[in-house]
Ligand binder design. Structure first.
Ligand code: ADP
Ligand code: MG
Length: 354
């Protein structure tokens, strides 16, 4: 038996963070959102292993920050190391380093200065905390022309992880996972203009107007956009001895539009699309008898809670969160959905000639 060295541990961890192309897209989109982007453009070739490119107009990075960003466990998002106060999507500081471990990555960024910076990392070895990679190693740093914002291009994902590459599903399935995740961000953050291109063809582009119905129109098309209502509610849930303000914003399609799978019930907690079965069931209870037995609604619901009521740190991929007092929050969600549907004019669809 032997103790694993730091590099090996980091390499294993990289495999856990980046399990498939959709995970790369998620991490890059979350970084763009954390950087305050108003516009995010996503391009994908093939199943995503060939090329993923995410460009944002967020605050960008200085040359020093850009070099640091690709090292493991470097983050600008935990100023005092206080995990309970995290309000950004990222905070572990391992996404870029993990992606760089399993791909060829070029990060081009500008924080508003006259010149930008480009950092190219070729997935040879892992970067450990504090071991600043030197140019000429597997990291190349150049100056680059670019307006404010950041572009990350990831090529040849898993070129050095044949087993991981083998375990991927068919290209169409991998791309579906990507487009599903991007759709979730687009629907749950209608204030951000998000676009997705696949093999050079536009899949959808939201206007970033802030209106959930506009985002739904871009992602789902006219039918869903017409046959839906928006929710905008604030309520209080009792969590232990404390009161938590719960804000709910989003879109509920009328029961005239249903799906066979629950995948179209999309929920974000504090800006991150997550799977919280208790909340999905609460949404469906809010529809009550309006839903036929085995059918599921089309929903995008952004739930905002005080950070102390959420523990996002349960899983490396962060797709699940643990809620304190999930029952109380679920109750608030169920009531808000049921209220929004009961005040919506569900006959409207029948009256409107298409
Ligand atoms: P984390 O998001 O957990 O901090 P990452 O590895 O995803 O870790 O990113 C490391 C750091 O790089 C971030 O904390 C941030 O400072 C910077 N960064 C990454 N992506 C962007 C971006 N799109 N715009 C601005 N800064 C970014
Ligand atoms: Mg991140």
């Amino acid at each position: 038996m032997r103790r694993l060295d730091r590099e090996t541990v980091d390499r294993i961890a990289a495999g856990e963070v980046v399990t498939r192309p959709a995970r790369v897209v998620e991490e890059l989109v979350e970084n763009a959102l954390d950087a305050g982007a108003e516009r995010i453009e996503i391009e994908v070739d093939g199943d995503g292993t060939e090329r993923i490119r995410v460009a944002d107009d967020g605050r960008g990075m200085s040359a020093d920050e850009a070099e640091l960003a690709v090292e493991r466990h470097t983050t600008s998002k935990l100023p005092d190391g206080d995990l309970t106060a995290v309000e950004t999507l990222g905070f572990r500081g391992e996404a870029l380093a993990s992606i760089a471990d399993v791909a060829r990555m070029t990060l081009t960024t500008n924080d508003g200065g006259p010149r930008g910076t480009s950092v190219h990392v070729d997935g040879a070895g892992p970067r450990s905390a504090g071991s600043r990679p030197a140019a000429g190693d597997d990291v190349t740093v150049d100056s680059a022309g670019r307006g404010r914002g950041t572009t990350v291009e990831v090529r040849d994902l898993f070129h050095n992880r044949p087993a991981r590459a083998e375990s991927l599903a068919a290209p169409a399935t991998e791309f579906e996972r990507i487009s599903d995740r991007v759709a979730a961000y687009a629907l749950l953050r209608p204030d951000v203009a998000l676009s997705l291109e696949h093999d050079g063809r536009r899949v959808f582009a939201t206007p970033g107007s802030g209106d959930a119905a506009d985002a739904a129109l871009s992602v789902y098309g006219r039918e869903v956009a017409r046959e839906s209502t928006t929710v905008d509610a604030t309520a209080t849930a009792t969590v232990g001895d404390e009161k938590a303000t719960v804000e709910l914003r989003g879109l509920l399609a009328y029961p005239s539009i249903t799906r066979a799978s629950a995948d179209h019930v999309r929920i974000a907690v504090n800006g991150r699309p997550v799977s919280v079965p208790a909340l999905r069931r609460a949404v469906e209870r809010g529809y009550g008898s309006l839903l036929a037995g085995d059918r599921h609604p089309v929903v995008a619901l952004a739930v905002s809670l005080p950070p102390w009521a959420v523990d996002p740190n349960v899983h490396p991929t962060k797709q699940t969160v643990a809620l304190r007092a999930a029952d109380a929050v679920a109750g608030v969600v169920e009531d808000a959905v049921s209220d929004a549907l009961s005040t919506a004019d569900l006959r409207r669809s029948a009256d409107v000639a298409m």
